[in-house]
Design a protein around this ligand. Structure first.
Ligand code: AMP
Length: 250
C-alpha cells in the first residue's frame, strides 16, 4: 500500500509572526520557514507504517514555492519518505484548490492512505483533509491519535470532546493527524545528504487542469490586541473584592 503525505511549507512555529504594515497579511520576507508541525507527524506516521510492513512506499507532495524542494521536501525525504512531488506555484492556493490538486494526485498515484495534518498553522483552516475526502468519496478519520492498519481497513482513534472515539475505515481512506499521534524523528545530517538523491517530480498547477481560483478575499490582518498590564493585590480579601467588583465572583 502506498501512503501519500501532503506537507505544507509554513512560517516556523518558533517565529513570532509580523503583520505587514498595509494589513494585507503576515510578512514572510526573510523569516524561517519549515514543515507544518502536524505534517511532520503525518510523515512520521507514514514512515512507521512502512517500517511495520503495513505500507510499501511513502510519497510526499507539496503545493507551493519551488524553494520547498530544498527545505520541506528534503526534510521529509531525510526522515524517510521515498520520493516527493512538488507542485510549484508562487500564488496563494486556498484549501479547496489544494484539495482539488491532491485529488488529481490521488487519481494518478492511487494511494491506500492519505495522511494530512489536521491543520496548517499559518491559516488554521482545518479544511483540506475533509474536502479531499469529500472530493474522492473516501472515508475519513480526522484528529487521529492512533492509526492501526489491518488488511484493507484502518482503525483511527480520534480525540473528541470528553474522550477518544475509534472509527474503522475501509481503505482507501483519509487520515488527519493530531498532536499526540507520535513524536516525529529528526532529519539527521547524514540522512539529509542521502535524501538529495531521492527523486522529486516537478509539476505545475497547470499540469493538473483544475480550477484553483480564489473564492475568499482577505479584508484585513491585524496583530492581536496588546494585553494591558495587571495589578498586584496585597491579600486574598482584596482579590475577592476586586473580582466581585468586576462581576467575576459573587
Ligand atoms: P489546512 O486545511 O489549510 O489547515 O491544512 C490541513 C492539511 O492539508 C495540512 O496539514 C497539510 O497536510 C495539507 N495542506 C494544506 N495546504 C497544503 C499545501 N499547500 N501543500 C501540501 N499540503 C497542504
Amino acid at each position: 500500500m502506498k501512503v501519500l503525505v501532503p506537507v505544507k511549507r509554513v512560517l516556523d512555529y518558533n517565529v513570532k509572526p509580523r503583520v505587514k504594515a498595509d494589513g494585507t497579511g503576515v510578512d514572510l520576507a526573510n523569516v524561517k520557514m519549515s514543515m507544518n508541525p502536524f505534517d511532520e507527524i503525518a510523515v512520521e506516521e507514514a514512515i512507521r507504517l512502512k517500517e511495520k510492513g503495513a505500507a510499501s512506499e511513502v510519497v510526499v507532495v507539496t503545493i507551493g514555492v519551488a524553494k520547498a524542494e530544498t527545505d520541506v521536501l528534503l526534510t521529509a525525504r531525510a526522515m524517510g519518505a521515498d520520493r516527493a512531488i512538488l507542485i510549484a506555484t508562487d500564488d496563494e492556493v486556498e484549501p479547496l484548490g489544494v484539495a482539488k490538486l491532491l485529488k488529481a494526485v490521488c487519481d494518478e498515484e492511487q494511494p491506500g492512505l492519505v495522511i494530512l495534518g489536521k491543520q496548517a498553522i499559518d491559516d488554521d483552516s482545518n479544511q483540506t483533509g475533509q474536502m479531499l475526502a469529500a472530493l474522492l468519496g473516501w472515508p475519513q478519520g480526522t484528529f487521529a491519535s492512533k492509526v492501526e492498519v489491518n488488511g484493507d481497513r484502518v482503525a483511527v482513534t480520534r480525540e473528541v470532546d470528553g474522550g477518544l472515539e475509534t472509527v474503522d475505515l475501509k481503505i482507501p481512506a483519509i487520515v488527519t493527524t493530531d498532536l499526540r499521534l507520535n513524536e516525529p524523528r529528526y532529519a539527521t545530517l547524514p540522512n539529509i545528504m542521502k535524501a538529495k538523491s531521492k527523486p522529486v517530480a516537478k509539476k505545475t498547477v497547470a499540469d493538473y487542469g483544475v480550477d484553483v481560483s480564489l473564492r475568499l478575499k482577505t479584508l484585513k490582518v491585524v496583530e492581536p490586541a496588546k494585553r494591558s498590564a495587571g495589578i498586584k493585590v496585597p491579600d486574598v480579601d482584596t482579590l475577592v473584592a476586586k473580582l466581585k467588583e468586576m462581576g467575576v465572583a459573587k
